[in-house]
Design a protein around this ligand. Structure first.
Ligand SMILES: [Zn+2]
Ligand SMILES: [Zn+2]
Length: 371
């Protein structure tokens, strides 16, 4: 059926206004759930005027709603307070409470967090799921980590490859981190921060069983720092049993995450493979009339462009063995199966996805041929 463009415009306007109290925009970040888990879109590293950021906490909530996130945390530097003269706040929990208030009528989880900030070798670290940020304000970094753990926090190492602290742009795992890991006071590591991806940080995550994280570390506006530059903010997808703070925390401690920045996806194999598998749906699989060329249409239900390389024994009729299925879009490939089959196993390597440094996973989909 064909509709007049005006009719389509009218219907979509109606559909939009029917979504009551939604702030979702056209740039919504979307990922499918995976078997057994809900896929939560999180950004657990952000700043506001309550540390060295430039916006009020309410703006962070609105940005998250526009981006279709499920969870955020405002992780102010408790020690570094450049706006203190203008915005005095002896209570370091203030930013969290303002965000919580703003989010109260929305389906957005606000996790209480804080950044513990030191020079190298301690570096910057985020503690999320804390109870009281004031108690993390200590002279010794060791005391702050111990207190965060006492409060039940999940603690991750921020931008470990940051050149201001590590001039070669590679992370250095010092005795300080080794000790924290041993004591259960360091549970995760950012492999993507502000769009910087460090393979060495991924290696550290895998070697030390640290949860893989990606965050925006936003200080200005998401629109100016990411959207206008043609990017989505970096996020961490967390595979949780339910959309609750408790479930999220369990999943983070269990390491069920994938860090995402545009078409780059980084995660442990057991998390990344089911995600990629769920991102692609087979819309059509039919032989071209009187041939043994199978026409397959793939739909990408995620908001990341996905880049693949053919790994099947069969070659393609009319496209490069390397191709992109655009975010939210489709791609049709013509597979030369040499004889007609009832079904095939589609086997593609995900070139933008990493399960270890320089190692991309191969994903398989069972395709049933329509007749
Ligand atoms: Zn930092
Ligand atoms: Zn930060």
């Amino acid at each position: 059926m064909k509709f007049h463009p005006l009719f389509i415009a009218l219907v979509s306007t109606l559909a939009l206004s029917a979504q009551d109290h939604s702030h979702k925009s056209s740039r919504a970040i979307t990922f499918p759930d995976v078997p057994g888990y809900k896929t939560l879109k999180t950004d657990l590293h952000q700043h506001t005027v309550f540390s060295d950021g430039n916006v009020w906490p309410t703006i962070r909530v609105m940005e998250a709603l526009r981006d279709n996130l499920d969870v955020i945390s405002l992780t102010e530097h408790i020690e570094y307070q450049p706006h203190k003269e203008d915005i005095p706040h002896p209570d370091r929990n203030r930013s969290y409470h303002l965000a919580l208030q703003e989010a109260k009528n929305h389906d957005l989880l606000i996790i209480h967090g804080s950044e513990i900030t030191r020079q190298a070798p301690m570096g910057h670290n985020n503690a999320v799921f804390i109870q009281d940020a004031n108690k993390l304000l200590n002279e010794n970094a060791e005391d702050s980590f111990a207190e965060a753990k006492k409060q039940g926090a999940f603690i991750f190492w921020n931008h470990p490859a940051w050149y201001a602290q590590s001039p070669q742009g590679t992370p250095i795992l010092s005795d300080f981190q080794k000790e924290r890991i041993k004591k259960g006071e360091l549970n995760g590591i950012e492999v993507i921060n502000t769009g910087d991806y460090a393979e060495e940080s991924l290696a550290l995550a895998l070697e030390n069983n640290l949860t893989i994280m990606g965050t925006s570390d936003i200080h200005g506006l998401i629109d100016w720092d990411y959207i206008e530059k043609g990017h989505d903010r970096p996020i961490t997808l967390v595979f949780a049993k339910e959309k609750t703070a408790e479930s999220l925390k369990d999943a983070l401690f269990a390491g069920r995450t994938v860090a995402v920045f545009n078409s780059l996806l980084v995660g442990k194999k057991e998390n990344l493979v089911p995600l990629l598998k769920a991102c692609i749906e087979v819309e059509k699989a039919e032989y071209i009339n009187k041939t043994s060329i199978l026409e397959v249409t793939l739909k990408n239900v995620s908001s990341s462009d996905l880049i693949f390389e053919n790994q099947m024994p069969y070659t393609f009729y009319s496209s490069s063995p390397v191709f992109t299925v655009p975010a939210g879009g489709t791609k049709t490939i013509n597979i030369k199966t040499l004889e007609k089959k009832d079904g095939i196993t589609l086997k593609l390597k995900a070139l933008g996805a990493y399960v270890a440094p320089k190692e991309q996973p191969t994903i398989e989909w069972a395709i049933k041929v329509e007749d």
